[in-house]
Write a protein that binds this ligand. Structure first.
Ligand code: ADP
Ligand code: ZN
Ligand code: ZN
Length: 617
C-alpha cells in the first residue's frame, strides 16, 4: 500500500481537504478516517457515510495521511465548535480503554439521544433559576463540621473521601454545605444517585439550599429536556447536576466536586452493552479534574472499604443521628417452626401490636407480581421464560399475565396446563401483590400501601406515598427494595424482611454483601424521628453466620469478615473479574470459541488467571 500516493491523489480531487480521524458508534475497536474540506474542531460532530448508512461521528484528530485508500468525504459538519471538550474526551478515552469497549460506542453512550441523532446542540427552553432558599435552622454537628472542613481543604486537589454514616446521620447536609461553599466560588457539582434515589424530595432539597441552577437528569425527562440539561451543564449554567449512573459523563467545565450517594448501590453499574461502574469511574473523573470526590453510604461496599484500607479514600464518620433518634433492635423469627409461608404468626402478632398503638409498619419482599411461579397441580409443569433461564412471574392485575422479570417477555396465562391439559394451575410463592391481598384480609381496618415497579409508574405515585408516610397514624407499607433506598418514613416503627433467605442462599458471590446492606438499610427505615424501632427478619436459617454477626456485631464486623473471605477466595476487590460470554445460533461455535479462549489463557503460563467455565445449553 502506497500511502503517499493516495494522499496526493486525494489532494488532487479535494484541494482543500484534510483528513480527520473519527469515532463511529459501531462495535469495532478501530477509528475511521474521512476527508473533510471544512474547518472542524476536535470533539465536534460530523455526519459521515458508513456502509449504506449515514452516521453521527465524533472528530478525534486531524491527520496528514491515512493508512487507508479511497477515503470518503464527510457529508456535513454538525458542530461549528467542539461539543466534547478535551477534558471529557480524555475521560471517555480512559473509560473505553479501561473497560475494553469500542470507543465509538462509549462516546455515543455519553451523549443525549438528540445529539447522537445529529440534531443541533441548541438549548430550547432557557429557564431562569429561581430557587427559593430556605435558611438552615440548625448547626452542623462536630462530626459534620469536621467532614465539611476536610473536603473543602482539598478543593483544588484530587482527594477521595468515604462519608460513612447511618441513614439519617446527616450526610446530605454535609453534601449541601460543601456544595454551597464551592458554588459560591463558581464551581459546579456533580451528584450521582441510585436509580430510585433521584426523588423529587432529593431535587427539592438541593433547590432549597443552593443558590444555583439545579438540573436533574433522569429517565422521565423527554428528549428536549435531556438535551437542555446536558447543554446547561456543558455551558456552565447549571451549578448542580443530579443524575443516575450515566450522568458521570456529563460535561461540566467548572466541575469542583463529585458526590456518589449510596455508593454501594448496584444501579451504578451498567450491565448491558457498554458495561461500566459509575462509582468506579467517579475516581478518574475527579482525578482528571483535580477535585475532591465523596462516596457517601451507611453500608460501604467491600471495594470501597478496601480503598479505605489502602488509603485511597479517607474515611469521614458520622457516628450518630442528630437529635435523639435511636438505632433499632434486630430480631429473628425462626421460620422452621412456622406452617405459613409468608407472614408468620409471631410477625402478624407484632404487626397487630404496633398498628393498634397507631404506629406504622413496613414489609419488604424482593419480588413483585402475584407469585414468582405458576405450576400445574397435576404434572408439576411450570411456566418458564422461553428466552431466559427463569420462571415467568404470575401477575393478576391490571390483567392476568405471565411476565419475565429479566427480559420483560410476556404471555397470556394459559387456561389449562400446556403439558397435560389439567385445569388447575397454582400460584407458588409470594410476590408483593399476593402479600397485599393477605394483608387486606388480615388487617382490613388499616391502609396497605404497596410500593413496587408496578405501582409507581405514574409520575405522581411517589408523591402520594410520601404524603401518607409523612402523616402519622397506623398504616402498612409493603414493597420491594425500592422502599429501602434513602427515603424518609418518620413514623415507621416495625420493619420486616420477609424473604431474607433468598439473599443468603444465592450463588452470586456478592449476595451476602447485598443482603447485609439491605438489612442495614431496612433497619435505617425503622425509628427515624423520635420513635425507637424494631427490625424483624423471617428466616429458615436463623443460625446463619451472616445473620448472627450482623445482629450482634453490626455491619463493620460483617464487612471485615467478608473482605477477608474475598481475599482467600481470589475474588474482587482483590482480583479483577473478566466475563467472556459467547452467544451464537450454533452452539458448537460457542464451545469452540470458549475452548480457544481457555487454551489461550493456559498459554499465559505463569500469570495467575483462574478460569471458571459455565455453559448453559
Ligand atoms: P442522610 O443523608 O445521612 O440520610 P440527612 O442529611 O437527610 O441524612 O439528615 C437526616 C435529617 O436530619 C434531615 O431531616 C436533616 O435536615 C436533619 N439534620 C441533618 N443534620 C442535622 C443537624 N446538624 N442538626 C439537626 N438536624 C439535622
Ligand atoms: Zn400439567
Ligand atoms: Zn426472560
Amino acid at each position: 500500500m502506497n500511502i503517499d500516493k493516495i494522499v496526493i491523489l486525494s489532494l488532487k480531487h479535494f484541494t482543500l481537504s484534510s483528513i480527520i480521524e473519527v469515532a463511529i458508534p459501531v462495535p469495532l475497536h478501530n477509528t475511521f478516517d474521512y476527508l473533510c474540506d471544512q474547518k472542524v474542531s476536535i470533539g465536534a460532530r460530523v455526519k459521515v457515510p458508513f456502509g449504506q448508512k449515514k452516521v453521527t461521528a465524533i472528530v478525534l484528530s486531524h491527520k496528514q495521511k491515512s493508512d487507508f485508500e479511497k477515503l470518503r468525504p464527510v457529508e456535513k459538519v454538525l458542530d461549528q465548535k467542539s461539543l466534547l471538550s478535551k477534558e471529557i474526551l480524555d475521560f471517555l478515552f480512559w473509560s473505553a480503554k479501561y473497560y475494553h469497549h469500542p470507543l465509538g460506542e462509549v462516546l455515543a453512550s455519553a451523549l443525549p439521544k438528540n445529539l447522537r441523532e445529529g440534531k443541533p446542540a441548541d438549548i430550547k427552553k432557557t429557564s431562569a433559576h429561581k430557587n427559593t432558599l430556605s435558611p438552615v435552622t440548625f448547626d452542623a454537628t462536630t462530626e459534620q463540621s469536621k467532614a465539611i472542613k476536610s473536603v473543602l481543604k482539598s478543593e483544588n486537589n484530587f482527594h477521595g473521601f468515604l462519608l460513612h454514616g447511618v441513614t439519617g446521620s446527616g450526610k446530605t447536609e454535609v453534601y449541601l454545605s460543601i456544595a454551597q461553599a464551592l458554588l459560591k466560588k463558581g464551581r459546579q457539582i456533580l451528584v450521582l444517585v441510585p436509580e430510585i434515589g433521584l426523588t423529587p424530595q432529593m431535587i427539592a432539597r438541593f433547590e432549597e439550599r443552593v443558590g444555583a441552577k439545579v438540573v436533574a437528569v433522569h429517565s422521565q425527562l423527554n428528549e428536549t429536556q435531556k438535551l437542555d440539561a446536558y447543554l446547561m451543564a456543558k455551558n456552565g449554567e447549571a451549578g448542580v447536576v443530579l443524575g443516575t449512573r450515566s450522568a458521570i459523563f456529563t460535561p461540566m467545565p467548572n466541575l469542583g466536586l463529585v458526590i456518589v450517594d449510596e455508593e454501594h448501590d448496584g444501579s451504578f453499574k451498567q450491565q448491558t452493552s457498554f458495561r461500566y461502574s459509575a462509582r468506579d469511574l467517579s475516581f478518574m473523573r475527579a482525578k482528571l479534574a483535580n477535585i475532591p470526590l465523596i462516596l457517601g453510604t451507611a453500608t460501604p461496599s467491600l471495594e470501597t472499604l478496601k480503598n479505605v484500607v489502602d488509603k485511597k479514600l479517607k474515611r469521614l464518620v458520622l457516628s450518630s443521628r442528630p437529635g435523639q433518634a435511636i438505632m433499632p433492635e434486630v430480631n429473628l423469627i425462626d421460620m422452621r417452626n412456622q406452617t405459613v409461608e409468608a407472614l408468620s404468626v409471631p410477625l402478624v402478632a407484632k404487626m397487630k401490636h404496633y398498628l393498634e398503638d397507631n404506629k406504622q409498619v413496613m414489609l419488604f419482599i424482593n419480588r413483585r407480581g402475584y407469585s414468582p411461579v405458576l405450576m400445574c397441580g397435576a404434572c408439576a409443569w411450570q411456566a418458564d421464560c422461553p428466552q431466559c433461564d427463569t420462571h415467568l412471574s404470575y401477575h393478576l392485575k391490571p390483567r392476568a399475565i405471565l411476565q419475565c422479570h429479566h427480559c420483560n417477555y410476556m404471555q397470556p396465562v394459559p387456561k389449562v396446563c400446556p403439558a397435560c391439559n389439567h385445569e388447575e394451575l397454582l400460584p407458588i410463592g409470594h410476590g408483593t401483590a399476593r402479600i397485599e391481598e393477605s394483608l387486606n384480609q388480615l388487617f382490613p381496618d388499616y391502609p396497605v400501601i404497596r410500593v413496587d415497579r408496578d405501582t409507581t409508574t405514574r409520575q405522581d405515585s411517589w408523591q402520594k406515598i410520601y404524603q401518607r408516610a409523612h402523616r402519622s397514624g397506623a398504616a402498612i407499607f409493603l414493597g420491594t427494595q425500592m422502599l429501602a433506598k434513602g427515603h424518609h418514613f418518620p413514623y415507621v416503627s416495625l420493619v420486616t424482611i420477609l424473604d431474607i433467605d433468598a439473599g443468603l442462599m444465592s450463588a452470586d458471590f456478592r449476595a451476602p454483601e447485598r443482603t447485609a446492606q439491605l438489612i442495614m438499610q431496612v433497619a435505617g427505615r425503622a425509628g427515624r424521628g423520635q420513635i425507637k424501632g424494631e427490625v424483624l427478619l423471617q428466616s429458615l436459617r436463623p443460625d446463619h453466620p451472616l445473620l448472627q454477626s450482623l445482629g450482634t456485631k453490626g455491619y463493620a464486623s460483617f464487612s471485615k469478615q467478608a473482605l477477608a473471605e474475598r481475599k482467600i477466595g481470589h475474588l474482587p476487590p482483590y482480583r479483577y473479574c473478566v466475563l467472556i460470554r459467547a452467544e451464537s445460533q450454533n452452539e458448537l461455535y460457542n464451545v469452540d470459541f470458549l475452548q480457544f479462549a481457555l487454551q489461550h489463557w493456559a498459554s499465559f503460563g505463569e500469570a495467575e488467571v483462574d478460569v471458571w467455565v459455565a455453559m448453559a445449553i
